[in-house]
Design a protein around this ligand. Sequence first.
Ligand code: ADP
Ligand code: ZN
Ligand code: ZN
Length: 765
Amino acid sequence: MEQRDFEPLYVRCGEKPRASQNNIMYASIIIDISHEKLDRVFQYRIPDGMLSHLRIGMQVKIPFGGGNTLRTGYVVDLTDQADYEESKIKEIAQIVERSVPIESQLIALAAWMRRNYGGTMNQALKTVIPVKHKERLQQKRTVELAISDMAEAKDLLAQLQRKHSTARVRLLEALLENGSIDYEVVTKKLNITAAVLRAMEAQGVLRIRSEDRYRNPVSHLTKKEYDLVLNEEQQAVVDAIDGDFQAGMYGNYLIQGVTGSGKTEVYMELIARAARQGRASIVLIPEIALTFQTVMRFYNRFGDRVSILHSRLSQGERYDQFVRAKNGELDVMIGPRSALFTPFSNLGYIIIDEEHESSYKSETVPRYHARETAMERGRMAGASVVMGSATPSLESSYRAQQRQIKRFYLTGRAKRESQLPICHVVDLREELKSGNRSILSLQLQDLMEDRLKHQEQIMLFLNRRGMAGFVSCRECGEAIKCPHCDVSLSLHAGGKLKCHYCGYEMPQVTRCPSCGSKYIGGFRAGTQKIEEVVKQRFPGARVLRMDQDSTRAKDSYEKILSAFANEEADILIGTQMIVKGHDFPKVTLVGILAADLSLHASDYRAAERTFQLLTQAAGRAGRGERAGEVVIQSYQPDHYAVQTAKVQDYGQFYEQELAYRELMCYPPVWNLLLILISSPQEAQAQACSRSLGDWLQKHCRELRMIGPTSANVAKVNDIYRQVIYLKSEDHEALVRAKDGLEAVLLQGPWRQTNVQFDFNPMNGF
Ligand code: ADP
Ligand code: ZN
Ligand code: ZN
């Protein structure tokens, strides 16, 4: 099969555009990218003879403003169409001749993203280039002796002693001893006033030096010795990938390794080898797995040469980390999706851990996928991309099968004593028939009893918070809905009904708003309900609960996990949040309470997500010396996602799932473009989507179109949502359709309507 959405679709950095090369006459240029002013793109004519030298991302000199002063700009696009009146367009003066700097590469990447994911160039640039905020850099000031002649200094000291200038004597003595001292120490510990310092500086006795100090988010950690020897499997993977790297063959790799097989150690070894050659690496981790433990492992190995980006850093701190990366102070940057844009000019590796995670897909425009974008950046920069997962995405597996990605396997757990768990599936329908109405099956209850007796730990895992706990009328069947969104409200402790989309809250109703019946209720279990049931059944057990409600406060996520790791509780109940990050060697039982809730989610990735969740949750059991057991409770125990997760058979799951995707023409076999049209006016949303649908029918006949129709969640926060789905085997055909629609939207009467594009969407709407 030919390479499909995998080819660089636009231009590589430093490459010429492919399409209609002959007609290109104009360049879109941004003037200043170092400050907040990313907002405008200006068009310039390309003078005769320059086109063959011009590339996207290049710096050029252009006449600007009334006086036509020459300013520096960056080329962000090359086109054949003038956006302004031809006579008003000025010409580019010259190309700035020097090596392509890192900004150029990132601008070229932004251009690629704009083209492949939609939106404006400004939106793409803002995603890719860190915006400098006015926050001042912290300064590090030191006080140092300005007299180099020791005899002279001693004379001065004697003079001051005679004059009883005690403060100056104290400072001079300290400086004679240390050479230079931190400014803070001088003012706070030695109690020298700023006035005295200025006077002595004026006398030529000392100098006050100041340099920028970039905030370092890991400066509080202390480094430990690193002494781990890779096992044979790990070493083989490192040798293969590093072998290519040393030979200058940069590629895309997938490490498929069971949970605990030591993928992180493989990443670190690759990074260390690249660092020895002055090549820096980016490590992407889902935000939820970016825990203290993970950061500590990297810190122990790389010390101050590692930095992190996470959502709790201030804008200023984030910016500082980018500056440190650019200045060559770092070998490794760890962070979620956005760390992909760390401006390393000497990039060696981009690592994507847990590459199947949906958080790698941006939910704001441009809706890029970090995995594809990483591969494009790797290609531009001459870097290798290494992805890892126990349950790779269908996309990556498919590409590995097509030999577009090289795949390696890690089959055993790295710590010899830890084993894969034993897995039981309980049929909840049978459970109900036999009279057990509890959310805990009898088998799970028995095993829990046993673990509590042996003082071992238990994790109970519930799928997706938003899917449980809705309230409905038993007479007319109406579910209580949010007045602003087209979703059911969920019941929370204290009898409140809450909307998980907009945060709307109301008290629990006592009568059905639609028929007046008082038979209201019948909710399924949320995490809070499970906590109650567990506490009732096992009154002596110490229980912790982790979900979005209990982790709203800063750091509480980390606190709950550490408390559990320190064995301050016997049972941890949670949503998918508890599946990642920490290693709990004392956990020997994992209960998955309603395995198939996510199977009901109305999108084509439901089975994949269920399989991933079940496998990852099961992987939590038996990380220590004792083998673990897993109980999967399900209403659809025969579903292949449940059955294959039970035996941890990824290959079999992949085959069945791919057959389904092929049959239904879904990604990764086909390509899907979701067009999301939203407006506060329902009629407007409908008219716009109809009009776009008509345009597509006329101009893109070769595409399969579903819709226009209202979205699954047809209203969020009083905004009405319409969707159109386009399918094609040819990714480029979808990109062309998007380009066409963007042009239509610019001209048409739809400026009030928000239209977004989502290629191969990860989440349903
Ligand atoms: P993964 O990233 O595949 O889940 P990790 O790298 O976290 O696996 O490894 C799981 C555990 O095994 C960690 O505690 C790690 O320190 C340990 N480990 C990994 N490789 C080795 C090795 N070669 N020798 C001993 N312990 C190892
Ligand atoms: Zn009713
Ligand atoms: Zn709502």
